[in-house]
Design a protein around this ligand. Sequence first.
Ligand SMILES: *[C@@H]1O[C@H](CO)[C@@H](O)[C@H](O)[C@H]1NC(C)=O
Ligand SMILES: *[C@@H]1O[C@H](CO)[C@@H](O)[C@H](O)[C@H]1NC(C)=O
Ligand SMILES: *[C@@H]1O[C@H](CO)[C@@H](O)[C@H](O)[C@H]1NC(C)=O
Ligand SMILES: *[C@@H]1O[C@H](CO)[C@@H](O)[C@H](O)[C@H]1NC(C)=O
Ligand SMILES: *[C@@H]1O[C@H](CO)[C@@H](O)[C@H](O)[C@H]1NC(C)=O
Ligand SMILES: *[C@@H]1O[C@H](CO)[C@@H](O)[C@H](O)[C@H]1NC(C)=O
Length: 394
Amino acid sequence: MVSSKKVKTPLLLLVVFLFYLNIAWIYALGAIQEQKQKQELRFGASGEFKILQVADMHYANGKTTPCLNVFSSQMPYCSDLNTSAFIERMILAEKPNFIVFTGDNIFGSDTKDPAKSMNAAFAPAIAANIPWAAVLGNHDQESTLSREGLMKYIVGLNNTLSQVNPEGVDSIDGFGNYNLEVFGVKGSSFENKSVVNHYFIDSGDYSKIPFIPGYDWIKSSQQNWFNDTSKKLQRAYMTEPEAQKAPAPGLVYFHIPLPEFAKIDSSNFTGVKQERISSPILNSGFFKTMVASGDVKAVFIGHDHLNDFCGDLNGIQLCYAGGFGYHAYGKAGWSRRARVVVVSLEETDKGSWGVVKTIKTWKRLDDHNLTILDAQVLWSKSSKSKFSLTQTSQ
Ligand SMILES: *[C@@H]1O[C@H](CO)[C@@H](O)[C@H](O)[C@H]1NC(C)=O
Ligand SMILES: *[C@@H]1O[C@H](CO)[C@@H](O)[C@H](O)[C@H]1NC(C)=O
Ligand SMILES: *[C@@H]1O[C@H](CO)[C@@H](O)[C@H](O)[C@H]1NC(C)=O
Ligand SMILES: *[C@@H]1O[C@H](CO)[C@@H](O)[C@H](O)[C@H]1NC(C)=O
Ligand SMILES: *[C@@H]1O[C@H](CO)[C@@H](O)[C@H](O)[C@H]1NC(C)=O
Ligand SMILES: *[C@@H]1O[C@H](CO)[C@@H](O)[C@H](O)[C@H]1NC(C)=O
């Protein structure tokens, strides 16, 4: 008996060791799978990909944070929770494939704990299990977390595809510069090609140069990265298999308007301009860089809550979303709103899905019916010209 016990102990140890090895494997595989899933945005079997843009939530502490610019009779029943309720309603109504938060997600200077505020602000997207991405505005860092700290916290949250900065880039200004590809329909010949590209840029907060007051601008390090990334994506798209002649459409998201937003007016945009366009004084040339790249079809920003227009300048649609959050300045009687963007693929002769045919947009108001407003075609493969589907006046 003594000798058999001697044999059993190592055997038992081996069994225990294999058992733990197995568990480690399962965890490792799970982690790899999770990472893979995280990296992938893809068109569904309907051939559509729908984006919900949420601009300027200005989230603070939840229930105790009052609303701004609502009718005084509404004040006693209005808080950050109305902002959360609006996202929840939008998710139910539109069932987006992807949610983009374009900055001033939290209002730092009224926030007791920025991590807690962000948890609450992004909670509806996380709870709905919808992939989401965020960039920062000029108010997010006005609490105890730096811009780097904020982005590092965001990338750890569930279901987010946000990145602190692109891999393999030595130095880049800001935090929250990255791109995301969207692949064609599974089983189609475009299943391994990105047919629409998202670029996220940190437009910063305030100028750091003493003799230049006002807002910050998109730096040349960021524009170089954008240039390189755009070229790389275009090369891949225009080579076999399914080599294309024109680049895949690119959509760009950041917070602060470029000076070029002031070049369009109500005669050539859809929506409204009710306040000054608060751009940086210095034009760092990002608009020109985008025009030269040739793939960007639309830019989506926030920052000016009372502007909600989209207008074409040199083939690029410049779009505001309009203010979303209730702790953000707004206008009583002028509903908080969100922008929806739908990218649709063309059907091929073989009854499968091909490349992008149209990019459409509309807004929804946070009113009783979530009223749809200003539906328009932003870009279409054939005509490349914009025209209005329906024009609802306000
Ligand atoms: C905010 O939400 C409360 C509770 O649902 C609601 O009674 C109130 O009307 C909302 N306020 C606004 C301005 O939407
Ligand atoms: C994040 O997702 C994981 C896995 O689904 C879950 O266990 C965890 O509770 C989630 N965390 C939050 C804060 O929702
Ligand atoms: C896409 O990639 C997968 C995995 O590499 C491959 O099995 C599949 O055949 C590819 N599809 C096309 C259409 O090239
Ligand atoms: C981007 O590339 C274009 C050429 O495609 C070049 O003219 C421009 O200077 C580049 N911009 C930056 C900021 O690198
Ligand atoms: C928009 O319309 C105004 C007034 O008609 C005009 O001055 C301006 O050049 C137009 N801008 C564009 C980009 O078409
Ligand atoms: C909102 O929807 C209801 C039906 O649910 C309808 O009776 C009402 O006219 C709509 N209001 C507006 C402003 O469209």
